[in-house]
Design a protein around this ligand. Sequence first.
Ligand code: FDA
Length: 396
Amino acid sequence: MTDFDIIILGAGAAGLMAGIEAGRRGRRVLVVDHARNPGEKIRISGGGRCNFTNVNATHVLGRERFLSSNPRFALSALSRYTPDMFVERVKKRGIAFHEKTLGQLFCDGPATQIVSMLIDDLRAAGAAIWTGRAVGSVEKTETGFRALVGDGYVTCESLVVATGGKSIPKMGATGFAYGLAKQFGLAVTDTRPALVPLTFEEGALEQLKPLAGVSTEAVVGHGKTRFQEALLFTHRGLSGPSILQISSYWREGDTISVDLLPELDALEFLQSARKTQPKLHIQTILSARLPKRLAQLAGDMISQKGMIGDLSDKKLMAAADQVKNWTLKPVGSEGYRTAEVTLGGVETRGLDAKTMMAREVPGLYFVGEAVDVTGWLGGYNFQWAWASGYAAGQAA
Ligand code: FDA
């Protein structure tokens, strides 16, 4: 039997941060992961460049950028561990970074720099890390918890569950946290893949497939929610940041809208083209603003044939509406296989917002993606992992 003050299950973003902070407070910490290498999702994140935070994560608008049954829950931890605080670490370590777009901070070089920084900080804080060891049963004892790790038991006063969600099972994602939460009487919301490409039935795919590889700036909407970012056509349907974002809001049976000409008054554009280039077809006119293959599809959708000079205002209005408000009905998503995150998780009402400790189970903490807090694309999810890990690391 080996004894620790704190055992942290999961050596991902949230678990490493919790381990560093608890270790710095002089606590005897063990971080355990069943994967051979810690921080694997950090390594592959942001296309290998790790979008490690978003400068807007604690902006007043930040609140709507974290989805949860209780969107206010995340604010306490987020306001006590801000993007600036993580940026300070990155600067101190000498890791070069840049803002790509929309407040998203990426490493200039490989994401492994962030993993190495966290591992070095963890070791410097005196914490132990065991990788390649499966966690078996976990039970409550009189003084804390006892867990079967590999083939031996370890005990601790506080247990921090940082095992993430279900996305990318190939990388070791298990949904382990949800089972453990239920074992200790905590509620877990429904969970579903989020930040994930959307798929379409065969009929719609026939239209979309020929465009596979084409990317364009678009506004993608669901209800009142709108995202203006790149949209990518794939062999299975649609992807790209605007689609990943809207996937967190879309539900089976719903439609999404796509504006292929954001920031352009399409009717005015077509009317002006009618005056200046009356002998051209709409497809040709649209190809000045859209990738050629997409202009072809838009032209086919519009179904106003002939020269633009021959089209009435009413027909131009219908055409403009079709490109500004293209309605599509996805049938599903690519699922956890490619989803960046899991929407939903351990219900926040069972947790203390300041410490992440289970209200009814002293010493038991849940942090990171395992909790029902899901950020937008763009560094919000790592900021939540750092902030919730920090909160638990300060308290446990
Ligand atoms: P995380 O999943 O990182 O870590 C959990 C750890 O627990 C893993 O190491 C796992 O092996 C371990 N584990 C699981 N079950 C276990 C068990 N039973 N026993 C022991 N260990 C167990 N976010 C962002 O902000 N910016 C970005 O650029 C990206 N990019 C990105 C790309 C891709 C491809 C993906 C899949 C995801 C992203 N994300 C992202 C999301 C981000 O990676 C995610 O939100 C965080 O990694 C969540 O951190 P956690 O520490 O909570 O879980």
